[in-house]
Design a protein around this ligand. Sequence first.
Ligand SMILES: C[S@@+](CC[C@H](N)C(=O)[O-])C[C@H]1O[C@@H](n2cnc3c(N)ncnc32)[C@H](O)[C@@H]1O
Length: 410
Amino acid sequence: MDEHVEKFIAEAEKSLADDTFVKLILSNYKGSDRSLQKISVRFIETKKGNQLMFQSRFDTRDTVKNFSVAQAANELRLHLSSGFRNAHLFTTDGDFQLEIGKRNSRLTVGKPTTKTRPSIAHDRAKRSFIDPNAFYLKALGIATDKGEIKPSQQDKWRQINKFVEILAGLIEQSDLKDKQALKIVDMGSGKGYLTFAAYDFLTGGNATVKERASSAGNEGTLVHTRVSARSVEMTGVEQRPELVDLCNDIAKAGNFDGLKFVHGTIADFDPGEIDILIALHACDTATDDAIYKGIVANASIIIAAPCCHKEIRKQIKPPEMLAGILKHGIMLERIAETITDGLRSLILEREGYKIKMIEFVPTEHTPKNNLLVATRHDRAKSTEISAKQVEEVMNLFDIGEQRLEILLKK
Ligand SMILES: C[S@@+](CC[C@H](N)C(=O)[O-])C[C@H]1O[C@@H](n2cnc3c(N)ncnc32)[C@H](O)[C@@H]1O
């Protein structure tokens, strides 16, 4: 083996030994696999301890293989003798650039691009929460049969991951943290993307890289995060019968025994006692019907992504002071949305929930991207203040009726 290649590998090993390693990139590939573009090597934390993750970029997909520090040198040697012409090692002490020519090679050293090591924990948080190879993603047309997310479904994929990430975080911080059996209802479940993803994630269907690696020869797996498996009883409620049938078929075919979909309206569905109520993009006041069911069922967590805010929009009569601003339809639209979701959050506070209002998915993907997250807590001091604020806001904008309020007063 060429002395510069050996020197490069020795520098990589040294940087790993003295904790100065940042990343390593192999590029300018001229080998036999036409679709291979480059390989990035990063240091990651796994259940087997710290390892080096070799992420290979092909024309249409990425694959990942993890290696121990001891194995990594050999792996690098293999790649550097099978077609990669360039290798770039970034360390906090200096950057090493290897160029392999037909006859000879060259190794140069430059100043470090970065003097800080990337956080392993940060890297971990960026990984996907969902196994792209999951059966339901293929059945719902989000992933190909090979487990690759279709280009047209990337937004949906991001949304599903974000939702599961938020849900997992909420459970972790709530009184459900150690509860091993959860009852969940998803109101207005539609095609069930988020229902399946939540169920699969919480029941531990999302195998880790480590587990997949041992069963699949350590090949071709994207990195995703895992939670410990729980027993979950989950129901999707949906008014369109064809979607209910589709989702039940997929749940059956995927052996999702605790997951079922029922045909009906949110208003008519009796959830009984539940731990979590989900209502994502249920139209207009269907969101209020769902939140109401969650409050009555004493759910520990209520998550709603409201969409269409017609009820309040029709009623708002802006106070004189704001008339000049709200004469524009688009402004009225926005304030109607803010008031509707604001009233819902105040009412939930009054009913004993702590509220967070967060951005679900970036605005470029959908303008309806508020996520209202409510976690039950012992009746708080803010209860009276919230009740007063609900009244004041409704009076200020001359709002006669708000669906959630009507339901709770009944
Ligand atoms: C925009 S889709 C959202 C689906 C899913 N929750 C999501 O976010 O991907 C809204 C779904 O809620 C259903 N829906 C709306 N109002 C409903 C109601 N009152 N009762 C039951 N289902 C309802 C619709 O049929 C539709 O499938």
